[in-house]
Every structure is written in C-alpha cells, then in structure tokens.
Design a protein around this ligand. Structure first.
Ligand code: NAI
Length: 780
C-alpha cells in the first residue's frame, strides 16, 4: 500500500483533550459565581445557567448583574483609576507583562474552558485564541512601557465600560482590557451571557498578576447589564463588539453624553477568487475563512465571489474538501468544526438557510446530536438575495460568480458592511490593484482571518468605527490632557436691515459642486457688524442644499484617488491666492468680529494651509511587524465625505482648520461656516474657484448649525460629521449618526483655541483618515 492509499483509507482516531483540569477549576470555585468587583468576588445573586453547547451540560451558575452591581463596579473602577494612571506606563507595563505570562502558564486550562463554554474546536482555542490573548498582553505591555514618551500630552479617559460577544470570549476580553489598562484606564467588562467562564478565570489571573483592586471589574449577565453599563454616568468610554443592531442602540443611548465610543460590529466579508489563483490554497483558505469557529466570526469570508472561468472547478474542489471536514466533539483534537454557541443561534441559522433560494449543499459529514450544523455552501444566489446581504454567523458560505476585476470589486462592495475581505490571485498587480478599492477595514492577500496585536482591526460603514490593536487601538483610550475649556455660544451681531452698510450690494451664495448656487429655500439672512451696520446677506441653506452638496461631494470621488503631492500643491495654491487678497480678508474679518485681529487671522490661516500642504504627502500609514510570513500595511485612507460645522469663534481660520486636513487626506467636505460670522467663508469660495480645487471637493452651505446638523448626521452618503460649532449639538449629531453608523467628532464640552497647537495637527489627520490593514505575503 502506497502512502496515498494509506492516507485515503486511514481512519482517524479520536484524541479528546481532558476536561478534568477545567472541571476541577469550576468545582474549586463552587461552580456558582458572583461578579468580580474591586478585586473580590461578590455574593452569588440571582443566577442563570452557563452550558456546554456540545453536550448541553450545565457548567456553572452565573449571577445576573443588577443596577446595584453595575454601580458598585463603576465606583470601584473610579476609585482605582487615579492611582493606576499615576503608576505610569512602565509600572503598568510590568502588570501587563505578568498577565501575558500567566495566560501562557494557564494556556491549557483557558483553552479547554473556552472550548467547553463556547463549543469551538480545541485546536482553535489552543492554537489561535489563547496564544493571541497572550500576544495581546505582551504587545500592550510594550505600549504601556512606551506610552509616556510616545504619547506626550495625552491622558487616560477614566472608566471604560466594555461589552463583548460570545464568539471569541477571552480574545475579545484581551482586545478590550489590554489597551484600556495599558493607557491607564480602569474597566468594567461584561462578557456575553453564553460565554463568561474564561472572563471569570481571567479575574483569577488578575489577582495572581497583581492587578490592583478595582482596575479590572467583571460583571456577568445578559444584554440588560450591557445596557446599564453603557448608560452609567460614571463611564467615560464605551467599547463594544457585537451585532450591528445593538451597536446602533448603543450609539443612540450614548448620544450627547460626552462618552467616547468604539464599535466593532458585523460583517459579510467577500472572499474573492480570481481565475489565476492557486485554487487548492484558496480552498484551504476558505476552510479557515468560513468554517473557523463555525463561521461565528464577524470578519468571516462568508461571501465567496469566484471568477466564472474557474467557478465550476473551484466549487467541485470545495465540495470535496467540505466532505472531509470533521464535525463533532470540540474537545477532540481532530475536529475541524465544533458546536454552535447556543440552541438560540442554531435556530437563527436554520431559519435563515431554510428561507434561502439557490442550491444548498451540505457537507457529507456525520453530524452528532445537539447544537451542531453542517458546513454548508449555497450557490446560485443573486447579489441582492437576503443571504448575500445578511450576516448569518454560522457555517454557511454563500457564493456567486463574476467576470472581471471591476465586477468583483462592485460585488464585494455591494454590502452595508465593511469589515474584512480576502483576495486570491497569483498576480501581484491584480491583488494590490484590487485591495485599495475594497471598502473594508482589513484586506488579506492570499490569506484570511489573520490577526495580530500590532495590526489594527476594525471596520468601516455599518461594521462600526475605531480600531483594536496597534497605536491606533491605544489612542481610542486616550484624550488630550488638561481640563477642557467650556463651550461658550457665540452670538451673531444684531442690527437693523434698513441701516445702510458697506456690503449692501453683496449677496453671498452657497458653493456647491464648484459653482455658486442660490439657496433652495430662497431665504437669506442679514449679517451685521458689531456696531449694527449691515455687512451683507448670506443664503440660508436647508436640507435640500445639504443634499445637493453631498451629491456633489460624492461625485468628486476622484479626489480621494489623487496623490498627496497633487493635494499639497493645491493647498499651497489656495494659500498663495489667499495671500494675494490678505488685506481684503483681514478687513472683512475685522468688520464682522470687531477689533483688529483680521490681519493675524489671515496669516494664521495661510500658515495652516501650509501645514496641511506639508502633511498631505506624509501621512500615508506605516508597516506593522506581525509574527507571520508577511507584513501588515497600515494604510491611511480618507474617510470619504465629511460634513463639518465650522468653528464660530474664528471665521476664516476655523473654516480652513477643518477643511484643510480633510482635503489634504483626500476627503471631500460639506462645510457649514461660522454661523454668526459667515462672510469670510463666502469670500473664500472665490479663492477656491481660482485655486484648481476640483468641483465638489469643497462645498459650502451657510445656514443654521442647529438646523443643518441633523440633516448631515442622518444623511446616508455622509461618512463622518464633525462639529466645532460653539453650540453643543452632540446629542442630535450622535443620535442621528446611528443610521449608517457614521463617524462623529463633536466638541460637546470642549472649546478649542484655534490659534494654538490644539487647532491643528495629528488629531485632525487621524479623524480625516481610517486605517485599512492590508496583509500581504512578504519574505520567505
Ligand atoms: P449581541 O450584539 O446581542 O450581543 C453582544 C453583547 O452585547 C453581549 O454581551 C450582550 O449581552 C450585549 N448586549 C445585548 N444587548 C445589549 C444592549 N442593548 N446594550 C448593551 N449590551 C447589549 O449579539 P447576539 O445576540 O449574541 O448575536 C446576535 C447576532 O449578532 C449574531 O447572530 C451575529 O450576527 C451578530 N454578532 C456579531 C458579533 C461580531 O463580532 N460582530 C458577535 C456576536 C454576535
């Protein structure tokens, strides 16, 4: 018998991992758990059962958190926070290092416990989840060590409320806890109700590692506990991973509260196979993309797009591979696909597949009794079919074919999500040509489901915002140090319209798509000088004007594909043309605001344009050192269309401080200028007209901040809204942004000094860009 025959006929022998140690740990704890608050276990309260989905056996009884519990946890975290922050980065680094080491020391216990609680194959929890957890703490021990030197002027946010899902229970905990505590915050974390055991085991590890009491608090329970944490007024930041539906609710619930927020939500990742791909590798990749963790992965390659010429061959290979997948006891080291997390999730999966069209192929595997679902492929679906659009979160792959790279990109992007994508081809030009065109936070080239602490992970569109991992992940747990100056509304000057003024003959228009436009409503508003003289009129923009401006901005997509060098030249050109009219602008500002500050403001504005011209070709991203054969490019991409309410305090400098970083990074903008002092902006569009700025890149709509904020925030084609208005509009903007989960940057409590360093710099560039992590093969 040859080797081939032996391999083909060889029966596999089960190799189950022992559950003894994990069960012993549960028994040690009395298998009834309270919460972990202030470094101690609380009394067991009203409990619910935590089951092993593979066997149905009850593993433990967990306490359903109450409002009192959440309050106690937040208070413990609050008490602990100042001292933890004061310990300094290097002091915290030692604690994070101890956590990393202890995770490694208890690796087997954690892996077995995770598998029993979640149903994922032990191969995965042992080889992927737990090593990545340790790596995360190591990496963040490093960030803590460096933070004081590398992030000067920044401080922790305070108390972080963190709510995590059940698909990677311990790994998601690590992604949340490590950056938060590295940055000097303290946390109140709620694990998912199906899978809390490794979080409780981690609490034990925190004690061994010398994590000071109250730095990490864990409260168990269902979504109601999550809601209470999110709503608690003592929480400064909310970090959530889970469904888009709940993410949206959290966005609405936190609107206007001044809480920092990051959301990692769902996905429907395209897995694109070109006809020149190494098909066998692509099949193997697909096993990892969609059958890893039973497909319960937000970045799963759940949508196969395969080029027509190889589709038949590829699907045949895939089906043959599917038939070889072993489904069964997750503790068995030979198992590829384990149990679905809970019967509720199994019912959801069944219902979705039963209602589907297309041709359903189920792997010819032995399916054990219980919470198991066979690897399934659905072919022949149309791009708009429900299952091509909805996240199933189960071992179900849907697929369709494409003919050309353009069609592949269009299909890939035909989704409300934007988390991750895989591209398979042997042609480097094609792979690296397609990667930038995919609307996704992560792109894997000839690979899939690769993660690392050094590489940012997170989505765009309805997959959420914020990144986990890397410096960008850490920065989501920091804020500028110092007490913020309170916002002070700036009122418009008043006067009488019948008073003759120097600007009577000038009626400023809106600026949309590179052209001056009359306001849709046909209304305009008088602008007066401090002495009550009439300076002119400005159009009162309405929702229709905003819609037109957004359409123009969306039409100017070409700007995002221009080079930084070109954008720099145009910013310099704007500066040059402004300089040529400096005296006129200075006089205008003085007339509006009073005093003699106009000249200085114009010079500061020119300097600001120079600053962002300088940055335009110097903020493209960097390279991440990841422990695989390859590298991860952290590419800074423009956010898209940014709607911004410009500062009231500095009519020209404020507008340019917002516009320049946005367009320098390749965004298109819809600007609502200073409400009390709009005339500098309307003069400024004449400068734009003469500076080679393509139509639609900068649009200016004058009008009421309060009225236009909601329109911009609810517009589905606006990708981000910034508000530097002197009126606090954060509540409306944040609540309405939940529709398409756009990014928001609002000054709810913080007034900025636009003339100083907080009026420019990296914060603006960071908000103007989103990091796309592109994993490419590199090296041997
Ligand atoms: P979920 O989003 O409801 O649960 C995630 C976490 O949020 C859990 O800890 C839960 O207790 C908590 N939670 C629920 N409602 C909350 C609220 N109103 N406020 C604060 N916290 C709340 O996800 P679920 O119900 O477990 O799964 C439903 C679907 O969500 C899945 O089928 C899947 O499509 C998607 N999902 C996506 C995940 C991802 O990583 N993107 C993870 C888990 C689920």
């Amino acid at each position: 018998m040859g080797v081939k025959e032996i391999f083909e006929s060889m029966d596999y022998g089960p190799a189950p991992e022992s559950a003894a140690e994990a069960l012993a740990w549960l028994v040690d704890q009395g298998d009834r758990f309270g919460h972990f608050i202030g470094g101690d276990w609380t009394e067991v309260g009203e409990t619910f059962e935590s089951r092993n989905p593979a066997t149905g056996e009850v593993l433990a009884h967990l306490t359903q958190g109450s409002a009192k519990d959440v309050d106690a946890a937040v208070k413990a975290a609050r008490r602990a926070q100042p001292r933890w922050a004061k310990l300094g980065g290097p002091g915290r680094a030692r604690v994070l290092y101890a956590l990393a080491r202890l995770v490694q020391k208890h690796a087997r216990l954690l892996a077995v416990l995770e598998t029993m609680d979640n149903g994922k194959p032990i191969r995965e929890s042992r080889d992927i989840d737990v090593p990545l957890v340790a790596r995360h703490f190591y990496y963040h021990a490093g960030l803590a060590q460096l933070i004081d030197a590398e992030a000067p002027g920044m401080e922790p946010l305070g108390v972080c409320g963190q709510v995590i899902p059940w698909n990677f229970p311990l790994l998601m905990l690590a992604w949340k806890v490590a950056p938060a505590i590295a940055a000097g915050n303290t946390v109140v974390l709620k694990p998912a109700e199906y899978t809390s055991l490794t979080a409780l085991c981690f609490a034990d590890i925190c004690r061994q590692a010398g994590v000071p009491k109250g730095v990490v608090n864990i409260v168990t329970g269902d979504g109601r506990v999550g809601e209470m944490i999110v709503a608690h007024e003592g929480v400064d930041k909310v970090a959530f991973t889970g469904s888009t539906e709940v993410g949206r609710k959290i966005r609405e619930a936190t609107a206007g509260q001044g809480k920092s927020l990051t959301l990692e939500l769902g996905g429907k990742g395209p897995y694109i196979v070109f006809d020149d791909a190494d098909l066998d590798s692509a099949v193997e990749g697909l096993v990892d993309a969609i059958w890893f963790n039973q497909g319960q992965v937000c970045c799963a390659g759940s949508r196969l797009l395969v080029q027509e010429g190889v589709a038949e061959r590829f699907i045949a290979k895939l089906k043959a591979r599917m038939d070889r997948l072993r489904v069964g006891n997750p503790l068995d080291k030979c198992i590829d696909v384990g149990a679905v997390v809970d019967p509720v999730q199994l019912d959801t999966i069944r219902a979705l597949v039963e209602g589907s069209g297309g041709e359903v192929y189920r792997a010819a595997c032995d399916l054990p009794e219980g919470c198991f679902y066979p690897p399934t492929l659905i072919t022949g679906l149309a791009p708009a079919d429900r299952l091509m659009q909805e996240e199933i979160f189960g071992p179900i792959l849907v697929s369709c074919t494409f003919r050309t790279p353009d069609e592949a990109v269009a299909l890939a992007n035909n989704t409300r999500y934007g988390l991750a994508a895989s591209v398979w081809t042997e042609n480097i030009n094609l792979a690296l040509g397609v990667a930038p065109r995919l609307v996704a936070g992560v792109v894997w080239v000839n690979g899939t489901n690769m993660f690392d602490a050094a590489a940012g992970f997170g989505g765009v569109r309805e997959s959420g915002f914020g990144r986990e991992g890397g410096w960008e992940g850490l920065s989501a747990y920091l804020k500028p140090a110092g007490k913020p100056k309170a916002l002070k509304p700036v009122a418009a000057m008043s006067g009488k319209v019948d008073a003759l003024g120097e600007g009577l003959d000038r009626t400023a228009k809106l600026f949309v798509g590179g052209k001056q436009a009359r306001p849709d409503g046909g209304y305009s508003k008088a602008v007066f000088s401090p002495s009550g003289g009439l300076l002119g009129h400005v159009g009162t923009g309405n929702r229709k004007d905003i819609r037109n401006a957004v359409e123009a901005a969306q039409g100017a997509k070409g700007w995002s594909g221009t080079t930084g060098h070109l954008r720099a030249q145009i910013l310099y050109y704007i500066a040059e043309n402004l300089e040529a009219r400096a005296a006129e602008f200075a006089a205008r500002i003085d007339a509006m605001v009073g005093g003699k500050g106009g000249k200085t403001e114009v010079q500061q504005t020119i300097a600001r344009l120079f600053t962002y011209a300088a940055w335009a070709d110097k903020y493209a991203g960097d390279l991440r050192s990841v422990p695989i054969r390859g590298m991860a490019l952290a590419v800074r991409e423009p956010v898209g269309v940014i709607g911004a309410l410009c500062p009231d305090e500095a009519p020209l400098l404020g507008l340019v401080s917002v516009m320049a970083p946005a367009i320098a990074m390749g965004n298109r903008v819809v600007l609502v200028p200073s409400e009390p002092f709009p005339l500098a902006a309307t003069d400024f569009y004449q400068v734009l007209e003469t500076s080679d700025v393509p139509g639609g890149v900068v649009n200016i709509v004058t009008g009421s901040h309060a009225e236009l904020a909601g329109t911009m925030a609810s517009h589905l084609d606006v990708e981000a809204v910034w508000s530097f208005s002197s009126t606090d509009l954060s509540r409306e903007i944040e609540a309405k942004s939940a529709g398409n989960l756009k990014r928001t940057w609002v000054n709810n409590a913080r007034a900025r000094d636009w003339t100083g360093p907080e009026g420019e710099g990296r914060a603006f560039l960071d908000h103007a860009t989103e990091i796309k992590t592109v994993w490419v093969p590199y090296g041997e």
